[in-house]
Design a protein. Structure first.
Length: 412
């Protein structure tokens, strides 16, 4: 079986046939050999990683030359039996040319389109037949790779994707920390921000044990323009639930974090909201009891165009939470405090590049309604960009939180 794909900027459309149907070969048709060659190389690597042996080749033809397109497609049909045209992507003249070929070679070739919402094929030649296909859940890594990017995982990089382990114990810790946080998100952010600043100030990043003179910390942070905020209630609650231990809060403040992951949550403001969103999305099941979102990651650091040769200037962005539902990527920005419209532009730019028209864009926030006039402007910009707002999540009960997150993949 040979599937003929028409190159499209929504790059998932170019490789979907290989992932869902696993044909002997894919022939990619487009205008511009260099672009097609780069795409072929990317796709071939992704197929190899998923143990799919489909061979990908490409042929370039002027997208404005209808007769040239028809001639090329005819050559392919004559040379290969069992051809299928995928009409999911591609420009108008390519699709017009397919109509001509279908008339000339009636009964010999087939046409289909992919429905990315449910990973199925739609018959487009009215013969009632489509090729055998399977459901294929695209990983976050594969989705990023399809669009030419790479997830940064090297701890030696300035920023990288932290390898969170959502074991049962840590999931319980997330629940506890989120419950403490949501009582007063602003106080939580200030307190956690202070702990992070103190650990950096006294070079405690690589240890779970923390000990410092409070007066010295207050003065040193003030010189850096940082207000020291230490909330005893939060510290005692953390100790009560075993998230820290050996707590002393006198002239000297000392304690020990439970583990490295808990430390990450208690020294980075906003981290716990990201983890609460991810934990809930990981727990949601479909009607068959399988995970609704088959891949969910926190703090995904994306290098837009990582090449073998290191470039002086690299475009790198971090997505707070990213999830996949089949072939649909969901990009989520989590804001547990004050923010401005710049965050929307960052989210929109990354989602459009690494998902095109199939991406879902979401802003999860706790303070949006408390931003005054700025909130009206932010809401207007979100509507313009097709970003869904999930606001006041700190006030949501668990089942409401889950209900909203369940629907992210199917709504704009």
């Amino acid at each position: 079986m040979t599937i003929i794909e028409f190159f499209d900027k929504a790059l998932i459309e170019n490789i979907a046939g290989a992932l869902l149907c696993e044909p002997q070969q894919i022939i990619l048709i487009g205008d511009g050999g260099k672009q097609l060659g780069r795409a072929r190389s990317l796709y071939q690597n992704i197929l190899a990683r998923n143990n799919i042996t489909t061979e990908i080749s490409y042929k370039s033809v002027n997208r404005n030359n209808l007769q040239g397109i028809i001639s090329l497609l005819e050559q392919i049909v004559v040379a290969h039996e069992d051809c299928i045209f995928d009409l999911t992507g591609g420009e108008e003249l390519y699709l017009v040319a397919v109509g001509t070929i279908m008339e000339r070679y009636k009964g010999r070739v087939q046409c289909h389109r992919f429905n990315f919402k449910n990973n199925t094929l739609n018959d487009c030649d009215a013969d009632g037949n489509v090729c055998n296909s399977k459901s294929f859940d695209i990983s976050i890594e594969d989705n990023i790779n399809i669009y030419g990017g790479e997830i940064v995982t090297d701890p030696q990089e300035e920023i990288y994707t932290y390898p969170w382990d959502f074991n049962e114990d840590f999931q319980h810790d997330i629940e506890v920390m989120w419950e403490i946080c949501r009582k007063d998100t602003r106080l939580w952010n200030a307190h956690v921000g202070t702990l992070g600043a103190v650990c950096e100030l006294f070079e405690l990043q690589d240890t779970l044990s923390v000990s410092f003179e409070k007066d010295l910390a207050v003065l040193a942070l003030k010189q850096k323009g940082i207000k020291y905020v230490g909330i005893a209630r939060i510290m005692y609650e953390l100790q009560k639930h075993g998230l820290i231990h050996s707590l002393v809060m006198q002239d000297t403040v000392s304690f020990v974090f439970k583990n490295e992951q808990v430390k990450q949550c208690l020294t980075i403001a906003g981290q716990i909201l990201e983890l609460a969103v991810a934990k809930t999305m990981r727990s949601i099941q479909d009607k068959n009891g399988a995970p609704l979102y088959h891949d969910v990651r926190v703090g995904v650091v994306i290098d837009w165009d990582r090449s073998e040769e290191e470039e002086e200037y690299r475009t790198i962005n971090e997505i707070d939470v990213m999830a996949m539902k089949g072939s649909i990527p969901i990009f989520i920005s989590c804001k547990n405090g004050n923010f401005d419209a710049n965050e929307l532009y960052k989210l929109n730019t990354v989602a459009e590049h690494f998902g095109n028209k199939y991406s879902k864009k979401v802003l999860v926030s706790t303070e949006l309604d408390k931003l005054g006039e700025k909130s009206d402007y932010i809401r207007a910009r979100m509507e313009d960009m097709g970003i869904r707002s999930v606001a006041n999540v700190d006030e949501m009960v668990d089942h409401e939180f889950e209900r909203v997150l369940r629907s992210l993949w199917c709504n704009s």
